[in-house]
Design a protein around this ligand. Structure first.
Ligand code: FO1
Length: 326
């Protein structure tokens, strides 16, 4: 079975581990979000691609869901000693090697998709990981800085997504979220082909705005999914009106979407989604989602361990089969 998964960071990566457990013989292609990418110290950092690669490759810092296990921070300390910022983004020594290799290969003229393939030669994630685009796309967020913010108290400012997410901890509303460069970006080689050949497309519980939404903002990808003519099934990242992890509710508000499992399904729309899994605590949402023309089931959605996640993946694939045969 050929499965295509649009993945962001931590939620997407954890779901993929369960999917691999559920269908070990499936051919899985992951279209990774690159809107979170950031240039630091002259290096290109790809948080969502690295989280998928490290999680499935066995190198992830499990508690954090990002960065490497057994990490040290000597480089970060030395940069801070030179007063070279930013100091709010935790890049570890082992992680730096990934960004150096990536930046070196990009500088030699390799596109990001080829670089990602080369990095995955080492990590062997067991899926084909393709960035959504080889072109630069960076999510920026318009905010009014907190009154005690050292960089500009009370100022209206557009900051890089990582500054919003990590330095500001999404403590102020996101007034606008812009995937800069998305309109001019092209799907990376292999993305449209994978969607055309897919038997099923899955939206894991990644952030619907800044992860999956950013991937869908690359011209051609949303259409390729809608036109693929195969079941598209998503799993709600919102459980009991709150995001399971991260701060999805903050960015959902920015695009006028209420933080509920049903509202996220409606946000994707029946033009895109054929099926939607909500958690059992949101069973009351099933009727509203079904009335939006999206087949819906309430099943446990907490990725508490690998078996729980594998069960979720099986439920998603079962719903896809139900959609396919209806
Ligand atoms: N998230 C944090 O909350 N704090 C950090 O210091 C941090 C550093 C970091 C370094 C490399 C990397 O690949 C990810 C990192 N993240 C950090 C997570 C990152 O902000 C998120 O994983 C994604 O951008 C959102 O999906």
């Amino acid at each position: 079975m050929r499965i295509v998964v649009l993945a962001g960071g931590i939620g997407g990566a954890r779901f993929l581990r369960g999917l691999q457990r559920a269908v070990p013989d499936a051919d899985i292609t992951v279209i990774g979000n690159t809107g979170d990418d950031i240039h630091l110290f002259g290096l290109k950092v790809c948080p969502d691609l690295d989280t998928v690669m490290y999680t499935l490759g066995g190198g992830i810092n499990e508690e954090q869901g990002w960065g490497r296990a057994e990490e040290t921070f000597h480089l970060k300390e030395e940069l801070a000693a030179y007063g070279v910022g930013p100091d709010w983004f935790g890049l570890g020594d082992r992680d730096f090697a990934t960004h150096i290799v990536r930046t070196q290969m990009l500088g030699a003229g390799y596109p990001l998709s080829a670089v990602t393939e080369a990095l995955c030669d080492r990590w062997k994630p067991g899926v084909r990981l393709i960035p959504m685009s080889d072109d630069r796309v960076e999510t920026h967020v318009a905010v009014t800085l907190p009154d005690d913010d050292p960089t500009g108290p009370g100022e209206r400012k557009v900051v890089h997504f990582q500054e919003y997410w990590v330095r500001l901890r999404a403590s102020v509303p996101a007034e606008a979220i812009v995937p800069v460069g998305a309109e001019q970006a092209k799907p990376a080689p292999g993305v449209l082909e994978a969607l055309a050949e897919a038997d099923v497309v899955l939206f894991p519980p990644s952030n619907p705005v800044v992860s999956i939404g950013t991937i869908l903002a690359v011209p051609g990808i949303r259409e390729a999914i809608a036109d693929a003519g195969v079941p598209v099934v998503g799993l709600s990242p919102i459980v009991g009106d709150a995001p399971v992890r991260g701060m999805a509710d903050k960015v959902l508000a920015a695009v006028g979407v209420e933080s509920t499992a049903a509202a996220v399904a409606e946000h994707y729309g029946s033009g895109l989604l054929d099926g939607w899994l909500v958690d059992t605590v949101d069973a009351s949402a099933v009727e509203r989602v079904e009335s939006a023309g999206i087949r819906c089931r309430a099943v446990p959605l907490m990725m508490s361990d690998l078996d729980a996640t594998a069960r979720m993946a099986r439920e998603a694939l079962a719903l896809a089969e139900e959609v396919r045969t209806s």
